[in-house]
Design a protein around this ligand. Structure first.
Ligand SMILES: [Zn+2]
Length: 412
């Protein structure tokens, strides 16, 4: 029977703990023993034991990672930037699968256990990106749980044929219907939202809408989404990504919209953007689920990023003025338990009886891990180490499994 005891770790409060694992599950979680180390036990040397990270919003299909540096090409509008992106990606289409895989492997090494990635679906690209991503999901099964969003980057109303492709994407295995700027892209709030919600309702899919508007346009979009979520009984199945406008509402609208988001469990995703962002702590205090995602990583939209959602949590904390340990702890929740909740996944451990999906990092508390995301990280899935950057010495027999061939390069 596969059996491991991790000794001398720390929980997120910084208290010393031991973790006992049998057949891939945590069977005991207790205060650290002072007994001498025995064969088969692993000394964590006072390091922090966390659940695996949840990266709630990414675009694997867009990244240039793995190619030579691509200088950013600016555009004067979102529509123009979509055109620029299409041109740049068309020149690199042959390496698309390798780039997507590389970024996903990096995320595993950072300690990501679950990922929601948006995949462009439009009349020009068809379902080519989705088909690659379905294969990648299968290849990485057991290492990274990937949730797919069929994302209409080019709009729905203004892109004939995209609606049918979105429906086909759900039939093929995407779990989430995406949307984007009903006013800014499609110029038709009702047309865009009726398509997204109608399709999700008919196919039993979740919804995740990119929203960048501020002011009156943002309020119209939020109200349209809230009304449809309530009417269709889609509580807990709708996400608003970015939602910059939540950071600039008048007092009356803020009360109305924040209360509705909490009541309907409409979650808010942030990547800690450069400009206006949602008021994370205020939303959380009012019961709204806020979570983190890396979003664009070195692509046509954004030259920055690594795919490390712990670094995104640091960025959000920094931009939100989170200095105290309890606020830094909230930032960690954005990249762990809140992300799991928003994506409809089981809540994060570590807990007795649950799979031993653990991230061990060079930090003494949750606050330290967020304030200074550690480089040294060891990643365990179902009781087996899938990536080790720090843990080189194990007393007694190891439980390290052979890596799948497709992941070997990332581990070397
Ligand atoms: Zn995005």
């Amino acid at each position: 029977m596969a059996w491991t005891i991790l000794r001398n770790g720390r929980n997120r409060e910084g208290d010393p703990i031991d973790v006992e694992i049998t057949e891939g599950r945590i069977v005991a979680l207790r205060s650290a023993s002072t007994a001498p180390m025995a064969d088969g036990e692993v000394d964590l040397d006072g390091r922090l034991v966390l659940p695996l990270l949840v990266n709630g919003h990414a675009h694997l299909d867009k990244t240039f990672l793995g190619t030579e540096w691509q200088p950013h090409v600016p555009g004067s509008s979102v529509i123009e930037r979509i055109k620029i992106e299409k041109r740049l990606r068309a020149d690199l289409v042959e390496s698309a699968g390798d780039r997507e895989r590389l970024l996903a492997e990096r995320m595993i090494e950072f300690g990501t256990g679950a990922l929601r990635t948006h995949v462009d679906v439009d009349a020009a690209l068809g379902l080519s990106g989705l088909e690659r991503m379905l294969k990648l999901r299968e290849d990485l099964r057991g290492l990274l749980d990937i949730q797919l969003v069929a994302f209409p980057q080019s709009g729905i109303v203004r892109d004939p044929g995209s609606y049918e492709l979105l429906e086909e994407a759900i039939r093929l295995g995407a779990e989430v219907i995406g949307g984007i700027d009903p006013i800014g892209i499609d110029g038709d709030v009702d047309g865009h939202l009726d398509a997204v919600f109608g399709l999700a309702d008919r196919r039993g899919a979740m919804i995740d809408i990119h929203l960048h508007a501020v002011g009156d346009d943002a309020v119209r979009e939020y109200r349209g989404i809230i009304t449809r979520t309530r009417a269709l009984g889609m509580e807990g199945r709708v996400v608003l990504s970015h939602a910059f406008g939540l950071g600039a509402l008048g007092a009356r609208e803020q009360e109305e919209i924040f209360n509705a988001l909490a009541e309907l469990r409409i979650a808010i995703m942030s990547n800690g953007p450069a400009g206006l962002m949602p008021p994370v702590k205020q939303l959380a205090e009012q019961g709204v689920i806020v979570f983190a995602g890396s979003d664009n990583v070195r692509d046509a939209w954004w030259p920055f990023g690594s795919g490390d959602v712990l670094d995104v949590a640091r960025n959000i904390a920094c931009r939100s003025g989170f200095l105290r340990d309890e606020d830094l702890g909230l930032a960690l929740d954005l990249a762990t338990s809140n992300g799991a909740c928003a994506l409809g996944l089981p809540t994060c451990g570590p807990k007795v009886g649950e799979p031993a999906d653990l991230l061990v990092v060079d930090a003494g508390s949750a606050a330290e891990a967020v304030a200074n995301p550690p480089v040294g990280r060891d990643v365990m899935r179902s009781g087996e180490w899938v990536s080790r950057r720090r843990l080189h010495t194990v007393s007694g027999p190891t439980n390290r499994r052979e890596s799948p061939a497709q992941f070997t390069s990332a581990l070397s």
